[in-house]
Design a protein. Sequence first.
Lengths: 279, 279
Amino acid sequence: MIVYFNGRYMEKSEVRIDPEDRGFMLADGTYEFVRCYRGKPFRIREHLRRFANSLAQIRLAPPAGVDFEDVASELIRRNGMEEAETALYLQMTRGAAPRKHPFPDPPVRPTVYAALVPVTPPEDKWRNGVSAITVPDTRWGHCDIKSIGLLPNVLAAQRAAEAGAEEAIFIRDGAVTEGTHTNVAAVFDGAVETHPTGTAILDGITRDVVRECCSDEGIPFIEEPVTEPRFRNADEIFIMGSSTELMPVVVLDGRPVGNGLPGPVVRRLQSAFRRKTAG
Amino acid sequence: MIVYFNGRYMEKSEVRIDPEDRGFMLADGTYEFVRCYRGKPFRIREHLRRFANSLAQIRLAPPAGVDFEDVASELIRRNGMEEAETALYLQMTRGAAPRKHPFPDPPVRPTVYAALVPVTPPEDKWRNGVSAITVPDTRWGHCDIKSIGLLPNVLAAQRAAEAGAEEAIFIRDGAVTEGTHTNVAAVFDGAVETHPTGTAILDGITRDVVRECCSDEGIPFIEEPVTEPRFRNADEIFIMGSSTELMPVVVLDGRPVGNGLPGPVVRRLQSAFRRKTAG
């Protein structure tokens, strides 16, 4: 597998992250994950805009002269992944320097890593739905930054895995925020409701596409926090993400959601979404 | 510089962290920092007990058959640091595996890294005190885990550095919790007050030693949250940490603390602390 590392293409096994990299010691970095369909990264400009946003929020300048659209194309070409189910993983950290909390002064070269990762489309889960659990949202106050500081997400996702669930859904102040690696929506009387953007959730690209799909389909898309008791009585629940796409949640904390089957709204949105990715 | 990496001693430049290490991509790891005095790690058993605690909280088993006291001695010997001002940095992550949030299943070999880092005793700051700023505590809900997910600390410490301050002190729910890399105490009428342990702060080893010093000196040590308005009217403020030791804060957010000079209580505690590290 050929990857991109600090301006060069090389075998992944040749990449050496310094132990003093601020990504390894301080979680001082951000990342993106871009699904590719038939060799083309989907909504990559939106991903790169969000990446620039995360970088700005942690005050890390984007690397000069790197066009990540080109990097994506080059990785796809060099690895012969034009027809493969794959995704681009992209990460940037503040670089390697003797460990201390403030930024290195003078600044050091940031670390930039990009690689293609295999994707297995979860057809069965899209069709039949998955289960999810709820967990307290103990994450920090800037979930809008797509930071690599993901330990709370890791611990919650592991709880989900051990419960045989696909996702752990965070509850903060009595309302649903999002999942460990997905945004979350509920359906009530034919309308989609999901947490508004802000500092409590990641401004999901798939979430944006779902908003477009709702608009196309004439489905109301309401950005309001859904309280936990309402959430448990939703007609439908679904999770959204770049590799997750739209996945019905049919069991929540062991109890059926609605009638326990994927509902008509998520079905319509899945079809609408599929048309966009086929475009 | 010889470091320890996954069971072996090697030049630091030879250490290769895999880009898929869960420390680099997910902040899925913990660390410790142990000050060494005259070639002897100070309170290393307490540090290792806390390390074991952090590992247990993130559900990572300690590496079998590794005695970090021996690793510390060996690093000091191999690097000829018996007389040097130094500290042991120790980090463990859940290892390298294709990126996904739940733990790798089956588990992979964790990554263990340990190195000596140079320490320059900040004599001038101990003597004359430093300034600090206050910042909102937006960190996650498990600050008792000494995790490598330190981005909020990094951003706050950078704000402090840009304000010419030594430390940024977190305020949560109207009370002082701790600093980005220190615990914080205030003095009122001769008594030391500091946030109780729990999930809001790290259970500091230096904080424990200060508690002992208070006991030795007959100084009351009160573990209660100090509200922000009280904090701003403290007679004295000081920060505590393994390399910070006890450092008077004489300016807070640009205003003098007490009379703007290191106070008598922190002076006595500094002396008492110095006697312990000389032991």
